[in-house]
Design a protein. Structure first.
Length: 512
């Protein structure tokens, strides 16, 4: 039996309106601070297109290259795609609520939940693969729910396309795919495995990810080496199962918890919702996967649009006859909480006012990395100090004789510093940066010999072992709001590398 259908025309304008609100919120705030550390690296990746990178598949870099061709690389231009992706995710969440049998209030509640989610407010405000991931998770679930509601099984071909593109965007989509497969086996939809369409969809996904798979094999699985190194390090905060789940509530905004958790209960326990319990099983299996693997707290975030959609339908049903006033009250509560908590994840306030505000409301976003000791949340601290650093390097570079400038290389310890040199450097007539961090290692030393290098480091212990001469030109110029270790960088002019740079290069690799 097919689920209850609704007239889609009246709700289309509602979907568009909710998406437009998200788009406006982001367009008004995306230019407030500066480039995020990872954005500098993603720009570098977009300028070195390949079938893979040490820490990400190729799709997000390709999309960023397209965005840069269309709009340029200014801060506002860089974040147009994130704003659009945020709006599309909200629209898709509403479409899923409609597919689950929801009407106007279900769509309104689902979209409002997404608008009020702290994670989705934050991720729509800067460029990263994370901004596309919810689109792929939600799109895949939407296609499966359409099949449950009677759409032809050949739609599984589209499911395979979405899954393949999702993996090419972020490797964590593999865990979603595994969760989906197990969830199918736990529901009557296991019958799909007896049909050719799901296998054709799987083949399409494999063909899509094959270039990245070959890239990984040819280089000895660098992403696995990276993940293994991170697991052995003390880089990430390790959470207990309860801490992981409780931080989901914070990341999604505590005021939205009844909505998405109610959606989970509706999918598992109600007669109507159990038709789509595949969605609930997928969430629970993915939750277990990330808890077992000690994943970062936001790894599960792409699953929540599906629960917001289910929650919208659940609340619409519960308050259909009695307590109807609670539906607008829930919307008001979520919007009100988003207004209160929004400055913590959107750059609305100046850094000074933000710190005072966070103290006043006694709220901050949980930290995911042990080295994060800045006063500001990491999302903000990593947006300060980059051009100041480049100006400092440029002043030292300008003191070199003309013949040394032609031969001088600039070596950075991480991809944020290197990405900043590459982005801002041309304005100051600096050469491209070198680094052993992440994919900068694969881009290599170029034609540089190492006879003269400008090195950014917090001390010169390694440099004094590697070079005949090391001059300390002092601390870089930075921002008081930048990460503390970035403020402690010195600029060293090093001459006379004791061994050839290409021989030294394998030793500079840092994959963390």
């Amino acid at each position: 039996m097919k689920a209850v259908t609704t007239d889609r025309r009246p709700t289309t304008s509602l979907l568009a309106g909710l998406a437009l609100v998200a788009l406006i919120v982001h367009l008004l705030t995306i230019h407030r601070y500066g480039y995020f550390r990872d954005e500098l690296y993603y720009i570098a990746c977009a300028r070195h297109l390949d079938f893979g990178y040490v820490d990400l598949p190729p799709l997000s870099a390709l999309l960023l290259r397209i965005e840069m061709i269309l709009f340029g690389s200014s801060l506002f231009a860089l974040r147009i795609f994130p704003a659009l992706a945020s709006a599309l995710t909200i629209a898709l969440t509403g479409m899923l609520a409609r597919e689950l049998g929801g009407r106007r209030w279900a769509i309104t509640l689902a979209g409002t939940g997404m608008l009020g989610s702290l994670f989705f407010l934050a991720v729509g405000n800067f460029y990263s693969p994370n901004l596309y991931e919810p689109l792929f998770w939600t799109g895949a679930i939407y296609l499966l729910c359409r099949i449950i509601n009677g759409a032809p099984p050949r739609n599984l071909i589209w499911f395979g396309l979405v899954l393949g593109l999702g993996i090419q965007n972020k490797h964590s989509m593999v865990f979603f795919g595994l969760a989906i497969a197990l969830a199918l086996l736990l529901t009557p939809e296991r019958r799909q495995f007896a049909r050719k369409w799901i296998w054709l969809g799987g083949l399409i996904a494999l063909v899509i990810i094959l270039p990245n798979l070959i890239w990984q094999i040819e280089r000895g699985w660098p992403t696995w080496v990276l993940l293994h190194g991170i697991a052995k390090s003390n880089k990430n905060v390790v959470l207990t199962p309860w801490e992981f789940f409780s931080q989901q509530i914070i990341l999604m905004n505590p005021a939205t918890f009844p909505l998405w958790f109610g959606g989970l209960v509706w999918l598992l326990a109600s007669g109507e919702g159990r038709r789509y319990r595949l969605v609930a099983f997928t969430y629970l299996i993915a939750l277990a996967e990330f808890i077992v693997m000690h994943g970062k707290n936001y790894y599960l975030a792409p699953a929540y649009p599906t629960l917001f959609a289910a929650g919208g339908v659940a609340f619409e049903r519960i308050f259909a006859q009695r307590f109807r006033w609670l539906r607008p009250a829930i919307v008001a509560l979520i919007i009100g909480s988003a207004v209160v908590l929004g400055p913590v994840v959107l750059p609305i306030l100046s850094p000074e006012k933000l710190l005072a505000y966070m103290r006043a409301i006694h709220f901050e976003v949980p930290r995911t990395e042990t080295s994060h000791t800045a006063a500001l949340p990491q999302l903000y601290a990593d947006q300060f100090g980059w051009e100041e650093m480049v100006r400092s390097v440029a002043r030292v570079y300008a003191t070199l004789p003309a013949d040394e400038q032609k031969r001088a290389a600039i070596f950075c310890q991480n991809y944020g510093e290197a990405g900043a040199i590459d982005l801002f450097g041309p304005k100051y007539r600096l050469p491209p940066a070198l680094s052993g961090h992440q994919n900068y290692f694969y881009w290599g030393p170029g034609d540089y010999t190492g006879e003269i290098m400008i090195v950014l480091d917090d001390n010169a212990t390694d440099e004094r072992d590697q070079f005949s001469s090391v001059e300390d030109h002092g601390l870089i110029e930075s921002s008081p709001w930048a990460m503390p270790w970035e403020q402690r960088l010195h600029i060293f002019v090093c001459r006379g590398l004791k061994i050839p740079l290409r021989e030294l290069w394998p030793r500079v690799r840092v994959w963390l």
